[in-house]
Design a protein around this ligand. Sequence first.
Ligand code: HEM
Length: 344
Amino acid sequence: MRGALISHVNGPALRDRVLPKIDEFMQSHLHNWTDKILDFQKKSNESILLLILKLVASKEENIPSTKELEEAQHQVFLTFFAPAINLPGTTYNKGLKARRKLVKMLGNIIEERRASICSRNNDILDTLLENSEYSKNSVIQFTDEQIIDQIFGIALTGYATTCYVLMMAVKYLHDHPHVQDEVRKENLEIRKGKPENYTINWDDYKSMSFTRAVVMETLRMTSIPGFFRRTTEDFEIKGYIIPKGWRIFICTLETNKDLDIYPEPLKFNPWRWLKSNLESHEHFMLFGGGARLCPGKELGGLEISIFLHYLVTRYRWEEVGENLIVSFPKVEAPNGLYFRFCDL
Ligand code: HEM
């Protein structure tokens, strides 16, 4: 999975194939919001889900209801924190049912692709099918079940993370108008001198250093709780021996608030990412680390940055009512997060 994903979402592929698709998607998605009150949580979940379907399987039409898809994804996500008790009504049981629903949908997408005359879409699904057991020249020979598992993994990981970061970035920008002004200044500068129906190119994206700093600071403030590892040998840490074979949880909620690395850790301060090279710090773990480092790291940052570009150059927004945000088991606004948008 890593190979297929990395070749599609990094380096030249990210620049030449993925960026134009994201740009086109965001332009049309952030259209017609003027004078509307929107549940932004719903909007960001929907945008990221549709975008992933577009990137993984070039799917833009005949998509089952996004509400149904989101509910199924959410249900599967909840099983990560639930005991594996498969009885009617348990979270685990509901998760298994939701997974079956998603697997069926993905099976249909594979069938459609195989039956399609114009079968080259140059997307992740193409790469996976080229390596399937039905493909004569393939070395890897994935079964359909494995292909579905892989798409499922990409969609779940890419979706569960990116949409809450996007939602929180917009909330932080709302709560910190001076940060919002700075992001707007940077992005209006990029737009300057371009024609009305412009697109963002790679150089534009690379010049969005403050926008990227906002993404990083949002991640630091609201990161996933952490990730697991299994020890492959005994090792000592501060006088304690962790035996071989133990499962350990690397709690990034803690490391992201480390006073020595991030002074005033509870303050939302994107400027800290510009001053020192924090992204190459050895304790930088916003995307995990080592052999399992998130393969969608660059893609996630790109999606959010392009979204923010069109948001701040088109709209201002104010929060409507008081919206509760919880952070466990995942960051979400249980009753929605409402913003009123108006033209810039
Ligand atoms: C801002 C967005 C994102 C954040 C914060 C994030 C964060 C993470 C983290 C912390 C891990 C665990 C890494 C580890 O165990 O060391 C991970 C794994 C993973 N992520 Fe992301 N991710 C993001 C976006 C994406 C996107 C867009 C995709 C793909 C479309 C993706 C695909 C994956 C996959 C497939 C894994 C499992 C890697 C493995 O176990 O080898 N992620 N991500």
